[in-house]
Design a protein around this ligand. Structure first.
Ligand SMILES: Nc1ncnc2c1ncn2[C@@H]1O[C@H](COP(=O)(O)OP(=O)(O)OP(=O)(O)O)[C@@H](O)[C@H]1O
Ligand SMILES: [Mg+2]
Length: 278
């Protein structure tokens, strides 16, 4: 479906993504892990053309999406919806309008300019919010919602784009464990029910293990692991995170340790029950 060939991004002398080559042959939920600065965000942003690649190709159905321009590029950007750590909603706009903004690229410029949405758009937005369990918040301003609710609005907005794939850049990094679980469950559901590629940057190993079919480990701009979560041994994790013998998976865990009872299982994974309890 999508092939990355020697995709590279340099910022000055710094190589953020270094000749990355891999392919996604069928809809998978993929977690990209690695420590800060490994190149995870840059990789995701190149797919959606938010960051221009320096060299290489990204082929989707045989077409190099890195050379798309104008309307076809915008079309591509709509086809790969982004979800960000900081939600990127318009705070003062109501929730349903925020969701409908996902449709803007699909309308002509004039229609976009005047913010005109059809009744269909409103109904689709409400359906998307309902699917995320927050239809009752539709008329509130986005800024009135909790972080977890705002991220669900952002995912509903992504669904409005009817994308081929969802690219999520640390979607749960600003959330507590319970909301992290709700958001990850929602992304997993989009993958399973809609059969879409979900490519998700995650700071923590445990979440990747719990939710993803495939894990890509990046270090210094390179892919140093690409495989099933089961194949991700502690040694491999050490290599990805560039840690020494003292490396402990708990250090990359999402779960909050309240000092009394651990919210992690033995592998440090955020289990649904543990996350809810946390
Ligand atoms: N706009 C930019 N200008 C200059 N350097 C950048 C820019 N964006 C990223 N970089 C550099 O590229 C490298 C990779 O950054 P990137 O944000 O992709 O890492 P990351 O894995 O997403 O890290 P984090 O986990 O902290 O989000 C880093 O060294 C970073 O400093
Ligand atoms: Mg990042």
């Amino acid at each position: 479906m999508i092939q990355f060939q020697d995709v590279t991004k340099t910022f000055g002398v710094r190589t953020a993504v270094d000749k990355v080559t891999f392919s996604i042959d069928h809809p998978q939920m993929i977690g990209v892990i690695g420590r800060s600065g490994a190149g995870k965000s840059t990789l995701l942003r190149m797919i959606n053309r938010l960051t221009p690649a320096t060299s290489g190709q990204i082929l989707f159905k045989g077409e190099n999406i890195l050379s798309l321009k104008g309307a076809t590029m915008r079309r591509w950007q709509r086809d790969c919806a982004m979800v960000f750590q900081q939600f990127n909603l318009v705070p003062r706009l109501d929730v349903v309008t925020n969701v409908m903004l996902g449709r803007l690229n699909g309308h002509g410029t004039l229609k976009s300019l005047f913010n005109i949405f059809s009744k269909d758009d409103v109904n689709s937005a409400l359906a998307a919010l309902d699917r995320l369990g927050i239809a009752q918040e539709a008329t509130k301003r986005a800024e009135e919602l909790s972080g977890g609710q705002q991220q669900r609005v952002a995912i509903a907005r992504a669904l409005m784009q009817d994308p081929h794939m969802v690219l999520a850049d640390e979607p749960i990094a600003s959330l507590d464990p319970m909301n992290a679980k709700i958001v990850m469950d929602a992304l997993r559901e989009i993958h399973e029910r809609d059969n879409k590629i979900v490519l998700c940057n995650l700071h923590t190993l445990d979440t990747a293990r719990a939710y993803c079919d495939r894990v890509i480990g990046m270090r210094d701009g390179k892919i140093v692991f690409d495989g099933a979560p089961d194949a991700l041994s502690t040694d491999v994790a050490r290599e990805i995170y560039g840690a020494d013998e003292s490396f402990n998976e708990a250090a990359t865990s999402t779960a909050i340790d309240n000092g009394q009872s651990s919210t992690q299982n033995s592998a440090g994974a955020m289990t649904p029950a543990a996350a809810a309890a946390g």
